[in-house]
Design a protein around this ligand. Structure first.
Ligand SMILES: [Ca+2]
Ligand SMILES: [Ca+2]
Length: 282
């Protein structure tokens, strides 16, 4: 019986509006099929989310040091990212050679005094790279090093990118604090030396701090758009937000919150019903 009384109360006491959320990273975002390899397509992708905790070596396409570990505590996107505290340590993934493309990576450092590196390799050696260096700078290299950000912030994710092309064998670079809109690319740099890129190579040198890596792709991570419904009690100002991705657990929580919001109405109903009942017995 009370249920039928609740609905008018809800409609009268609640107003709805939609707001877009700040970036909130879902537990397990769906990824589209990945057209890896081949010129002009996505060269390499990894979000690390499906891997087991522990050594990255041997999972996915990765081969190298056991110092690089999958973990779920410090990450930029999804459930998992990579950390290493190793000294002069590296791990790499080999894929289909590509003569031009873009690659980006989220990375962060706990100190200003290590080297954290992302290198691109041809079938022989490192061709181009970006690094956080031991002087606190975020730098890039194709033939010679130059500075992108000085100093970088510790314990802060950056989106670092390289684009390369075989038309003149050059590369360009940029680095952006994660979540910011990427700014201008550097000039195209190099001495006609980029042709085929085969490997993505992660490296950490010195052992002063901890380096983190997440989400390697050709474009920054974009959280799925979430539309929230804000329910607000007009008289008390109490409010809560319903996410559009609703689970059974959330439905139960929402129901409990609705009960709290209308509790004033329930109390007045009880006060009303009880005297009525007492009166009817007399
Ligand atoms: Ca991830
Ligand atoms: Ca390990």
């Amino acid at each position: 019986m009370l249920v039928f009384i609740f609905f008018p109360l809800l409609i009268n006491s609640a107003s709805t509006s939609t707001t877009s959320t700040p970036p909130i990273f879902p537990e397990a975002p769906e990824q589209p099929p990945l057209p890896l390899g081949g010129d002009g397509g996505l060269f390499f992708f990894d979000d690390f989310n499906s891997y087991n905790d522990g050594d990255l070596n041997g999972q996915g396409d990765w081969f190298g040091s056991a110092d690089f570990d999958v973990q779920g505590i410090t990450k930029y996107e999804g459930n998992k990212a990579i950390l290493t505290t190793g000294d002069s340590t590296w791990i790499e993934a080999t894929t289909t050679a590509q003569t031009s493309g873009i690659i980006g990576l989220y990375a962060r450092q706990s100190v200003l005094t290590d080297y954290l590196q992302l290198y691109l390799y041809d079938n022989v050696s490192a061709i181009a790279g970006i690094q956080f260096d031991e002087a606190g700078r975020l730098r890039a290299r194709n033939t010679t090093w130059f500075t992108l950000i000085d100093p970088y912030k510790v314990d802060t994710w950056y989106w670092i990118e390289m684009e390369w092309r075989d038309t003149d064998g050059q590369a360009r670079f940029r680095a952006t604090e994660a979540g910011d809109t990427p700014g201008a690319w550097s000039d195209w740099k190099g001495n006609n030396d980029i042709r085929d890129i085969f490997k993505v190579h992660l490296r950490h040198t010195r052992a002063n701090g901890t380096a983190f890596y997440d989400y390697i792709s050709d474009s920054p991570y974009v959280a799925p758009l979430e539309l929230d419904v804000l329910i607000e009690n007009a008289s008390t100002g109490a409010s809560f937000v319903i996410r559009n991705s609703i689970s059974y657990g959330r439905i139960i929580i929402i129901f409990l919150l609705l009960l709290i919001l209308v509790s004033e109405g329930i109390q007045s109903l009880i006060k009303f019903i009880i005297p009525q009942t007492i009166n009817s017995k007399r």
